[in-house]
Design a protein around this ligand. Sequence first.
Ligand code: PLP
Length: 367
Amino acid sequence: MTAPAALIGSWVEEIDTPALLLDLNIMEQNIVRMATAFRGLTAKLRPHAKTHKTPIIAHKHLAAGAIGITCAKLGEAEIMVEGGIRDILLANQIVGTRKISRLVSLARHADLIVAVDDGANVQDLSQAAQAAGVSLRVLVEVDVGMRRCGVVPGEPALSLAQQVEKAPGLKFAGLMGYEGHLVFVPSLEERVHRVHTDLQLLIDTVSFLESRGLPVGIVSAGGTGTALITGRLPRVTEIQAGSYVFMDGRYKTIEGVDCECALTLLTTVVSRPRPDRVIIDAGMKTLTHEFGLPRFKGRDDLELLGLSEEHGTVKLNDPSVALTPGSTLEIVPSHGDTTLNIHDFYYGIRRGRVEAIWPIAARGKSR
Ligand SMILES: Cc1ncc(COP(=O)(O)O)c(C=O)c1O
């Protein structure tokens, strides 16, 4: 769907709904805030692009000092490369002939790093890289307690790293250990404690590999909830956090993340069937709710009770509130990443006006 460029310069009130709004001042402050917090740390930021899926925002991260970009999916990385980004970590396993062939093709146009946790996959990557005449940097993923991907720390990580090191077309670049099971721990004190405990598995594995003569260049980890904890650990060199650029309702419930919500969904009241209810034009096709039902921006008097496909049902705590069909409201998505994945573009807003309309170019690129 093409973005209605004619709206640039218009007031927010002129935007048809439901529509994703991006507060550009808040987004820019979030980027600067995290970049500033990392100044002086050994670990550098490689922000995750799964959050925004938009090359111009990746470029803003790089301009603020990020050393590269992280992607979850090959399709996202293809869009980022097309958008002029070169240094990309695919913090994921790229498995199967079709995807590996796309990966090595992309490696002709960018400096890619890919995660592995399986010996047969290492062989496949090596063969494809040799055939394509490219060299791929490879991180061995270690499971630090999330129980998703990754090899067991210690000996299994060493043996896979040795296999990578010997594989033609591949370069062993280091280790990755994403602590996704800790990013939402609400108490900062408990989060700090658990990150120190669980990430020690990664750090010990770094020392173990080096004691066996295998230098570990990159040590990559970290999400928004843990970036400033993990980023201060000795030996960690890169942080993959992404959500902080927009934040979302889920992240605002935890302590110690000093960024604000930049992303909202503009919605219109389409009906007021009862004094204490309104119905809005935003449902499950424009908002996701796997992290709970989203809240209204600046409106504690309103509660979203439920979403159907195209409608949201809202309870008014004060039935005298003047909301009628045509009134507009803003909702803070509870999960920004999956919400923007069902939209074609954002309206970049500054001081109440549309300053930019950016296609969410990598939305839906889940292959
Ligand atoms: C491997 C990996 N790294 C980093 C992140 C970024 O985390 P956050 O959304 O907390 O910034 C994620 C999020 O899902 C992830 O899966």
